[in-house]
Design a protein around this ligand. Structure first.
Ligand code: CMC
Length: 378
């Protein structure tokens, strides 16, 4: 067997062959199935993009209509799942609620038929359709309210905002939210996708695959960073305080949330698109002073850290967009998960098509031949 050098964080080690998405971190390029993210953000919808990611081609008019219709008819969650969620503590993080709820789906759909394309499609539809309902339901129930039923007159993005805010969203807000979902739908071999593929490789059910990926996405070094960015901007509080805040953090070798990426060494193309979306929202619904703080932060981070290739990542501007859409800060990462379910499912399907269970090796650096010490001699 070939002996490889140990790379912390598996940096640069291919974990799979994949045709789903592509990143060029030097050029700031991201493609889904060969199509540039900028083009999808301008012309596509989230459900069309999800179809593209999972089945590899853009759908025809009929294929898209059938897919959208199936999703529409699977948005409701079982009352037992709703009742289970009611007993979650309202102080719990919505990512934990989502992980538990996604895993609970596996209890209701325990049949496993991974070689059957109909089973695959049903699972894809069920997960894409119900995850937003579960996120919105937990949000209302933790406030002591009953969840709102999905509204069949509204498309995917508008329906989520409706279930969350109990009123129909402004069309621009709904379109911008849909674009946010497109931008977050997939991103090559990141930590949660790797987690999804490892779980998938054991041939377990797709609900366990998504639940394990949700758990991985929640950490502050991954999807959780969008929430941390807003907390950081609030802590900075004013444009004048940006430089002292940053200098203090850098001196303590603390990370600046929303900056840096394992692959991108230039500004993440999704950050650029999100920044434009934020500006559109501010033009229509009023300015946000935290945007001025964010701009100053980006300027000074560039001055101080661009030589290390540290620029805004996807999480830097997304929180400002979600804030303007009236979304609570601790729902930012669950919203990332709503979108990323598309990518995880694409990887689940791809993994199954050429599966081999993940079983890496380790570099043992422990001891050998130690005698067992009786408890009274330790
Ligand atoms: N602020 C300050 N310095 C940084 C940052 C940052 N955000 N990111 C990296 N660096 C420095 C780091 O200190 C190190 O410097 P040195 O070589 O002098 O020790 C160098 O850059 C390399 O950093 P690293 O931590 O080894 O890089 P990594 O590839 O292991 O980590 C990262 C990538 C995204 C985890 C990291 O940049 C980070 O922690 N960023 C902040 C959290 C964040 O925004 N996460 C969202 C990531 S993008 C979307 C997602 O995955 O969900």
């Amino acid at each position: 067997m070939m002996v490889c050098e140990y790379k912390p964080g598996l940096e640069g080690i291919p974990a799979a062959q994949s045709g789903i998405s592509y990143v060029d971190g030097q050029k700031g390029l991201l493609e889904y199935r060969g199509i540039r993210i900028e083009e999808l953000a301008e012309k596509s919808t989230f459900l069309e993009t999800a179809y593209l990611l999972i089945w590899g081609e853009l759908p025809t008019t009929e294929e898209l209509a059938a897919f959208e219709d199936e999703i529409l008819h699977h948005r409701r969650i079982k009352y037992r799942i709703r009742d289970m969620m009611k007993s979650f503590p309202e102080s719990g993080h919505p990512m934990d609620a989502l992980q538990a709820s996604a895993a609970a789906l596996g209890l209701f759909y325990s049949r496993r038929d991974l070689d059957n394309p109909v089973y695959i499609r049903d699972a894809v539809v069920r997960l894409l359709a119900t995850i937003p309902t579960m996120v919105a339901a937990f949000q209302l129930m933790r406030k002591g309210n009953d969840p709102v039923r999905p509204n069949d007159d509204l498309d995917y993005a508008a329906n989520f905002l409706y279930m969350l805010n109990e009123k129909e969203p402004d069309p621009l807000a709904a379109r911008i939210f849909d674009v946010c979902l497109i931008l977050h739908a997939e991103h090559t071999m990141n930590a949660s996708t790797f987690s999804a593929r490892v779980t998938a490789s054991t041939l377990t059910d797709p609900y366990a695959v998504v639940a394990s990926a949700v758990g991985t996405l929640g950490g502050p070094l991954h999807g959780g960073a969008n929430e941390e960015v807003i907390l950081m901007l609030e802590e900075i509080g004013s444009v004048e305080n940006v430089r002292p805040y940053l200098e203090d953090r850098l001196q303590r070798k603390a990370k600046i949330m929303g900056f840096g990426h394992r692959v991108y060494k230039v500004k993440d193309p999704r950050a650029t698109i999100l920044q434009n979306l934020a500006e559109k929202l501010f033009a229509k619904f009023g300015h946000d002073k935290y945007y001025d703080i964010a701009l100053e932060l980006e300027r000074i981070v560039e001055e101080k850290l661009s030589q290390k290739g540290i620029y805004p990542n996807v999480d830097f501007y997304s929180g400002l967009v979600y804030r303007k859409l009236g979304i609570p800060t601790d729902l930012f990462t669950p919203i990332f998960a709503i979108a990323r379910v598309a990518g995880w499912l694409a990887h689940w399907k791809e993994q199954l098509e050429e599966n081999r269970i993940f079983r890496p090796t380790q570099v043992y650096n422990g001891r050998h031949g130690i005698a067992y010490a009786p408890i009274d001699q330790r």
